[in-house]
Design a protein around this ligand. Sequence first.
Ligand code: NI
Length: 172
Amino acid sequence: MAILPIITAPDPLLKVKSKAVDRVDDGLRTLMDDMLETMYLAPGIGLSAIQVAVPKRVVVVDVAREDEPANPLYLVNPELVCVSDNLATYEEGCLSLPDHYADVERPAEIEVAFLDYHGKRQTLQAEGLLATCIQHEMDHLEGLLFVDHISALKRNMILRKLKKAKRLEATA
Ligand code: NI
């Protein structure tokens, strides 16, 4: 397994719409293994392939708490089958927007269809943090970030700060 570099905003790749996966093969499983290891190290609870500069519709998630056993979830070509009318708000962060957080409102319950680690078709009902996390990661596949759900004022403030941080890094 390998640790992959995570790209951060305002990298234009984060706005790219990711392409559907044709086949879940060993190459894709290696990518998923590497993504999971990268996510655990970061640490984060979700990672989409585009965040490691691979524009494929692949997401890894693990919302288990530190005192719980690891519970990795691999979602290839995920699609929302249904979403609840009731909404839930979580303070979201993103490995591609380091050190920035904001409250985001999303459907509280979802049903998602996807191909698993072995290419088998699965559906999953999720609520709470898992539902939010899956929707956040699926947004990445459309080129969206959590800041696209908040006010333009707040979004621009966060993006400006990240741009500035990158400039400082480049000159350091
Ligand atoms: Ni994210």
